[in-house]
Design a protein around this ligand. Structure first.
Ligand SMILES: NC(=O)C1=CN([C@@H]2O[C@H](COP(=O)(O)OP(=O)(O)OC[C@H]3O[C@@H](n4cnc5c(N)ncnc54)[C@H](OP(=O)(O)O)[C@@H]3O)[C@@H](O)[C@H]2O)C=CC1
Ligand SMILES: CC(=O)[C@@H](O)[C@H](O)COP(=O)(O)O
Ligand SMILES: [Mn+2]
Length: 392
């Protein structure tokens, strides 16, 4: 191992952010926290700054930055405070390593900033690839950034491959990818009762502790749909080479099948500190704090086909992946609006896929040649989704 690496954690106050700081704190000889960023949870950010003493903290607005800086100074802390997208992009580009863990489309520009600076980019923010996959991967190739997947399934697939996929799966002898998904909290709930589930019920994931947006995505299985698109870009493969397998225990994090019939899987307890530690130290290995997997206690691992009647979002995402263009950016934006409305009590759980389908059907699919085109598609889809929800 060479010198200490500086690390920016985008979305430090979230679930992935906190797990990342837990792993970093175990390895002070390897990593130094360079910057921490937050949006609304400023008390949590303050505690993190106190514990990790970064050079920068980034908050949402100028007025928040002024108040936060005063608070830091009053407590004898010399951390500098930046704000807004410009602040996020600056700290993303400056550190050796960027953990991209902002949720949603807000993560796209800061993550791209780290990519364009040629940094080691640990990608949790799947939405940036779903929105702008081609432009994002072109930027990685141009800058020479080292892009490592944090999403547990994609990290597992990466661990089951012999090297990065530069020219498609065939040159590695891979026949297909088996993307596992738990099926979420409503895998077995009577379909007729889904229209009345509450946000807290939807966020009660059976195996993972995560932020509320991704938890709802797991409950609709849109998360698996977003991950399907994410895998197409990361592993340069068509959606037809990716099968979704429901695996309720979340012990196998995904699998890769080779042409000789071998299937390699990565297993572990469902704790994001494993993929985070894997990517932070790659190609070395470091301790993550995650305990041993007890297969005897686990006793069984189950597998099922996904039920597309129960989970229409999965079909919508596969169709978007197959359509290409701005289809997945449109779907992602409509999903962010619909999930926010559901969490806010304005939309029934079962209306989420209905809104998505209407937005996708009504909006033109364009060639995403520039970021401006992607951002315009995102804005239009948000507008359409909001209008549909208001009209209900
Ligand atoms: N949690 C998990 O286990 C996994 C998560 N992921 C992906 O990682 C990403 C983060 O997920 P998770 O940690 O669960 O989410 P959380 O909701 O727990 O955290 C999100 C983070 O993003 C920040 N944030 C939210 N909106 C903005 C914004 N507009 N501008 C800047 N920062 C913002 C939040 O700040 P604040 O809290 O201060 O408001 C918080 O730090 C998502 O893309 C998710 O899909 C992928 C695999 C697993
Ligand atoms: C931990 C992680 O990577 C999540 O994306 C997880 O996969 C969510 O669980 P589901 O498999 O239920 O979507
Ligand atoms: Mn995942």
């Amino acid at each position: 191992m060479s010198s200490v690496q500086t690390v920016t954690v985008l979305g430090a106050t979230g679930s992935i952010g906190c797990s990342t700081l837990d792993v970093l704190a175990r390895h002070p000889e390897r990593f130094e926290v360079y910057a921490l960023t937050a949006n609304s949870r400023l008390d949590a950010l303050f505690d993190q700054v106190l514990a990790h003493r970064p050079r920068y903290a980034v908050v949402q607005s100028e007025s928040q930055a002024e108040v936060f800086l005063t608070r830091l100074k009053d407590n004898g802390l010399s951390t500098q405070v930046l704000y807004g997208e410009a602040g996020l992009c600056q700290v993303a580009a400056e550190a050796d390593v960027c953990m991209a863990a902002i949720v949603g489309a807000a993560g796209l520009m800061p993550t791209l900033s780290a990519v364009r600076a040629g940094r080691k980019v640990l990608l949790a923010n799947k939405e940036s690839l779903v929105m702008a996959g081609q432009l994002f991967m072109d930027a990685v190739a141009e800058s020479g950034a080292c892009l490592l997947p944090i999403d547990s399934e994609h990290n597992a697939i990466f661990q089951c491959l012999p090297r990065f996929v530069d020219n498609g799966l065939d040159e590695l002898g891979v026949s297909r990818i088996l993307l596992t998904g738990s099926g979420g909290p409503f895998r077995q709930r009577p379909i007729a009762t889904l229209s009345t589930v509450t946000p807290d019920e939807a966020c009660a994931h059976p195996n993972w502790s995560m932020g509320r947006k991704i938890s709802v995505d797991s409950a609709t299985m849109m998360n698996k749909g977003l991950e399907l698109v994410e895998a197409c870009w990361l592993f340069r493969c068509p959606p037809s080479r990716i099968d979704v397998v429901v695996h309720p225990q979340s012990v196998i994090h995904s699998m890769v099948e080779y042409v000789d019939g071998s299937v390699l899987a990565q297993l572990g307890n469902p704790d994001m500190r494993t993929p985070i530690a894997h990517a932070l130290a790659w190609p070395e290995r470091i301790a993550s704090g995650v305990g041993s997997l007890n297969l005897i206690a686990q006793a069984r691992l189950d597998f099922e086909a996904p039920d597309e009647q129960r989970f229409p979002c999965l079909r919508l995402a596969r169709e978007a992946a197959e359509a290409g263009g701005t289809a997945s950016a449109i779907l992602n934006a409509a999903n962010e609006v619909a999930v926010a409305a559901f969490l806010d009590g304005q939309l029934a759980f079962t209306a989420i896929p209905q809104i998505l389908e209407k937005v996708v059907e009504s909006q033109e699919n364009c060639e995403p040649r520039t970021l401006a085109i992607v951002q315009a598609a995102d804005a239009e889809a948000r507008e359409r989704a909001s209008r549909l929800i208001q009209a209900l």
